[in-house]
Design a protein around this ligand. Structure first.
Ligand SMILES: Nc1ncnc2c1ncn2[C@@H]1O[C@H](COP(=O)(O)OP(=O)(O)OP(=O)(O)O)[C@@H](O)[C@H]1O
Ligand SMILES: O=C(O)[C@@H](O)C(=O)CO
Length: 424
């Protein structure tokens, strides 16, 4: 397999979002969980997205895992590697976007990396280096209350500048409007000034197409699904893609029971959980009891076992910002997050043991814990449920499963019902 594009994603939902975008744009794409072990056969593909769980781990570990993934992709012919980060630039001053970018850029022997989290399809745009979520700057969006990485500054030149060892420049919208050559020239000029990264403005998909054309001959970039779209379109225009990949199949129905798990506390997920209460039994986990030692995993599995034969259930720890802050104040951010992730992963394992073969998971960290606990290693891409959320079919598992891994902020209020309808 000689890859047209290699991608390293910092979480599993983000990886499936990117794999979905690449597939729709015409690249046959596979998502692997971590770097595939030596000798594992993978289906023929134009692009591979290696999904890591590296967004909220210590920066040194994120760098090491990302370098390993990049090396694996380069060894399979990927001339360009994109580091997929969140479209809301989820990170802290300690990283991990800056440290991973610095390491992968050095590995690629590049002087500068173009960086943009713009993803217009989901309302993420970048103007004068400021990230907007819909109509508001990042720091006024619900991301200001993210449980793990509250985003309090919309200016990405500043945000990335605090994380990277090199200074950061800007490729503004006026330059992007002048086309791919102007972007490439500005990138080189910023590199000559000693900048190690350039935040690129992008408001429309056409801007991302310009950026894709400008950097496809470079070895490395950093972005969200929008930049993936730009790169994929540049590759397909160059005859590298397959163009008919967009009709990706989920294959034969997998049957079995269906269930949903939510650990995301985003505003979108809170609305989706509320809407799901009208169509399926919902159990709300009490994280305070979990942290006090109660066996909420057994309680959730008992709840599910009584109901699964009649239809899907949803088990959610999702809570509004005040409740999240109160729990974190008492137990610490990491301890609270990890305990809840571990509980939801154990519930997922119990659900699969009880016959669940179709599973919808909301939240990036949550999905990471669930997928790891289930030991899943690779996914084929199925149809899109909502922007950025495809149906995934497991590859390499004797009895296939269908999953949907929903990024916290994605999907409309009816997401859970819609996902289950598409996962026969
Ligand atoms: N009730 C709660 N109180 C405190 N923390 C919670 C609660 N429920 C879940 N969490 C934790 O909040 C974090 C949510 O992160 P997760 O990545 O799963 O969702 P998200 O950030 O909305 O999704 P994404 O990363 O895709 O945007 C997890 O660590 C989870 O364990
Ligand atoms: O880019 C996004 O917003 C998503 O793919 C994601 O990474 C959220 O966790």
């Amino acid at each position: 397999m000689s890859l047209a594009l290699g991608c390293v994603a910092d979480d599993y939902t983000g990886a499936s979002d990117l794999a979905n975008t690449l597939t729709k744009a015409g690249l046959r794409t596979i998502q692997t969980i971590g770097v595939p072990e030596e000798g594992r056969a993978l289906p023929e593909a134009d692009a591979v997205v290696v999904a890591l769980k590296s967004r909220s781990i210590p920066a040194g570990q994120a760098v090491a895992r990302s370098r390993e993934a990049e090396a694996w992709l380069r060894a399979r012919g990927a001339a360009h590697v994109m580091f997929k980060v969140c479209s809301t630039f989820d990170s802290t001053d300690a990283g991990n976007i800056g440290p991973v970018m610095d390491a992968l850029r050095a590995e690629a022997g590049a002087a500068i990396a173009l960086v943009t989290p713009a993803f217009p399809e989901t309302g993420r745009s970048v103007y004068q280096g400021n990230l907007f979520v819909g109509s508001v700057p990042l720091n006024e969006s619900p991301l200001k209350d993210h449980p793990l990485n509250p985003m309090r500054d919309a200016n990405l030149v500043r945000v990335l500048g605090r994380q990277s060892a090199s200074p950061v420049g800007l490729i503004d919208t006026a330059t992007v409007a002048r086309g791919a050559e102007a972007v490439a020239a500005r990138l080189q000029a910023l590199a000559a000034e000693g900048k190690g990264a350039a935040i690129a403005d992008a408001i429309f998909d056409s801007d991302l197409e310009t950026l894709g054309r400008a950097i496809i001959a470079e070895k490395f970039s950093v972005g969200a699904s929008g930049l993936g779209l730009g790169l994929a379109r540049a590759l397909v225009a160059d005859g590298r893609g397959t163009q008919d990949a967009a009709g990706a199949a989920v294959g034969e129905p997998v049957g079995g029971a269906a269930a949903c798990l939510a650990g995301s506390c985003s505003q979108a997920t809170l609305q989706q959980v509320a809407a799901a209460e009208k169509i399926m039994p919902v159990m709300r986990l009490d994280p305070a009891r979990l942290l006090a030692g109660a066996d909420v995993v057994a309680e959730a599995l008992a709840f599910a076992a009584e109901r699964l034969a009649a239809g899907p259930v949803l088990i959610a720890s999702s809570a509004p910002p005040e409740a999240v802050r109160a729990l974190q104040a008492e137990h610490g951010v990491d301890a609270a997050g990890h305990a809840i992730e571990a509980a939801l992963a154990a519930i997922a394992e119990g659900l699969v043991a009880r016959g669940v073969r179709r599973l919808v998971v909301a939240g990036g960290e949550t999905s990471g814990s669930v997928v790891d606990r289930l030991g899943l290693t690779a996914f084929l891409l199925g149809p899109e449920i909502a922007a950025g959320v495809p149906v995934l079919r497991t590859a390499g598992r004797p009895e296939p499963m269908l999953l949907a891994l929903k990024s916290g902020n994605f999907g409309g209020p009816d997401f859970f019902g819609r996902a289950l309808d598409m996962m026969a």
